[in-house]
Design a protein around this ligand. Structure first.
Ligand code: ATP
Ligand code: MG
Length: 338
């Protein structure tokens, strides 16, 4: 099957730092699998990053490169999929503006993910651009007419809103965009090393895919665990304990994990051993990713070429969609009507 006959995927990340274990199990793992069956557009959403990182364009610029290295290191393949820099396809901005007219304000106000993020950002003086980012995400998905959006759980409300906005557009102007489905990864929301519900760049509670072995050991050693367990002989809780959430997600030795859980709940194992085994498991998991990264770090032209080619392809798809959108909406004023 050629890419032309395949269904489309659009998904992405914000270039606000390197990628972490949460991205992997929540999203990237699915992406690597799905790129075999779908025509994939992986978006580096730099416009979206500016909503709350406008004071650090240099950081965004660095992260565009970092994220691409992370993608290549986990096995995303620019020969099969398109890596796209959002701001280099300005049609994203045009469609976002048009779709903002289609979206009632109330749909943004009730969005639970946005509400939670707003609490964090209000004290810093939230920008209009940040507030409307879910609409820009609708446009990102609609532009290549994506059918599927593989994301972490926090993004699901945005995909639901996407379905509603494109349905409304299609009703008003005629069938144009498919209603996309979301697909959540193996771990819907990986907790942070500090025990917070989500591992997140903005919260600084992350283990990066690019962390060296010693950084992983140190982060795991200081991880939040069952706070009631002040001695190794006190029975501990496995549920809600991020150390065990990570064992479940990254330790491929399932016998070791069930043995540790069993001894932990009986007060027969110390935290030091549980954490040491976790650090080893994460390092085993990261080793092949590190190896690929070393290769791509030595071949920067391959990294740049991936971005260049993917963005070029996305631009041509975007131009075709926008011609259709302008025509459907009846805003091609200079077209001869005689
Ligand atoms: P920021 O804090 O800057 O928003 P982030 O860590 O949330 O950063 P994004 O670029 O916003 O990262 O998210 C990219 C993708 O990774 C999204 O699909 C998101 O749902 C997913 N994701 C991010 N963190 C996690 C996590 N801890 N568990 C599962 N999925 C996650
Ligand atoms: Mg986020």
């Amino acid at each position: 099957m050629t890419n032309k006959d395949k269904k489309r995927i659009l998904t992405g990340v914000r270039p606000t730092g390197a990628l972490h274990l949460g991205h992997y199990v929540g999203a990237l793992e699915n992406w690597t699998r799905l790129q075999e069956e779908y025509d994939c557009f992986f978006l580096i959403a730099d416009y979206q990053a500016m909503g709350d990182h406008l004071d650090d364009i240099e950081g965004i610029r660095r992260s565009v490169y970092e994220v691409t290295l992370d993608w290549l290191s986990v096995g995303l393949d620019p020969g099969k999929s398109s890596f796209v820099i959002q701001s280099h396809v300005p049609e994203h901005a045009e469609l976002a503006m048009l779709l903002s007219m289609v979206t009632p304000l109330g749909w943004l106000e009730r969005n639970p993910t946005l509400k939670a993020e707003r609490v964090r950002l209000e004290s810093e003086g939230l920008s209009v651009g940040f507030y409307t980012y879910p609409v820009s995400q609708v446009a990102d998905i609609a532009l290549p007419k994506a059918n599927l959006v593989p994301v972490g759980e926090d993004q699901v409300p945005h995909i639901e809103m996407t379905r509603e906005v494109v349905r409304r557009f299609n009703r008003m102007f005629g069938q144009t965009f498919p209603e996309p489905d979301s697909l959540v990864g193996r771990v819907a929301r990986l907790p942070g090393t500090d025990g917070e519900a989500k591992m997140s760049k903005s919260l600084g509670n992350v283990i990066y895919l690019s962390d060296e072995e010693e950084a992983v050991n140190q982060k795991v050693r200081s991880m939040y665990t069952d706070p009631n367990r002040t001695r190794a002989d006190i029975p501990g809780r496995v549920e809600g304990n991020p150390v065990f959430a990570y064992h479940d997600a990254f330790n491929s030795d399932h016998d070791e994990v069930s043995d540790l859980k069993d001894r932990y709940t009986k007060g027969l194992v110390g935290d030091v051993e549980v954490k040491q085994k976790l650090a080893n498991a994460i390092n085993r998991f990261l080793d092949p990713i590190r190896e690929k990264r070393t290769y791509y770090e030595g071949h920067p032209m391959v990294v740049k070429e991936a971005l260049f080619e993917g963005t070029r392809k996305a631009k041509s798809v975007a131009e075709a969609t926008m011609r259709e959108v302008r025509e459907k909406m009846g805003i091609s004023y200079f077209v001869d009507e005689s």
